[in-house]
Design a protein around this ligand. Structure first.
Ligand SMILES: [Zn+2]
Ligand SMILES: [Zn+2]
Length: 165
């Protein structure tokens, strides 16, 4: 994911990348390609890069433990400034100082970190996931079970036994 900056004219430049998630060393939870759309806004002293990223990851549903894949969208901005330019007004996390001798910027590591940060801690296969029956483990998205009925029945049964004693 390298962008040549030598000889780049001032103004807006657009780039598209598609890199295999394994090549980007995102880990086994990712599959397919990571697609990046980068927009560069170059002026005489700086380059503003805005990247939109789309990746696909495999998850296990927190509720029904089914495996599923989901696309993750993320993005970031980065300002590349020439050496000697004042950067105090900028967020240090979004600034990289580049030397005049640098011909290429490589956005792979920034893309990688942005994708990893976009992974949610808790995931559901779908908003309406019904989860697993806590008693028999049936995936209630796929079929129903009769546990809730029998559970209540057996409690009444216990109560009846206590009363008759
Ligand atoms: Zn689920
Ligand atoms: Zn059940």
């Amino acid at each position: 994911m390298k962008i040549q900056i030598t000889g780049l004219s001032d103004g807006i430049h657009r780039y598209q990348f598609a890199v295999n998630s394994a090549e980007l060393t995102l880990g086994e939870d990712f599959e397919g390609n990571v697609a990046v759309e980068a927009v560069l806004d170059k002026s005489s002293t700086q380059i503003l890069l805005t990247a939109s990223i789309s990746a696909t990851a495999r998850f296990t549903c927190d509720r029904c433990v089914s495996p599923f894949s989901q696309s993750l969208r993320s993005g970031y901005s980065m300002v590349y400034v020439s050496e000697g330019i004042e950067t105090q007004h900028l967020d240090p996390a979004e600034v990289q100082v580049i030397s005049a001798a640098l011909h290429m910027i490589d956005i792979a590591e920034d893309v990688r970190q942005t994708v990893l940060l976009s992974v949610p801690l808790k995931v559901l296969c779908k908003e309406t996931c019904k989860g697993l029956c806590p008693l028999c483990g049936t995936n209630l998205n796929e079929q129903t079970c009769t546990c809730s009925d029998t559970e209540i029945d057996s409690r009444w049964e216990e109560l009846r036994k206590l009363q008759s004693n």
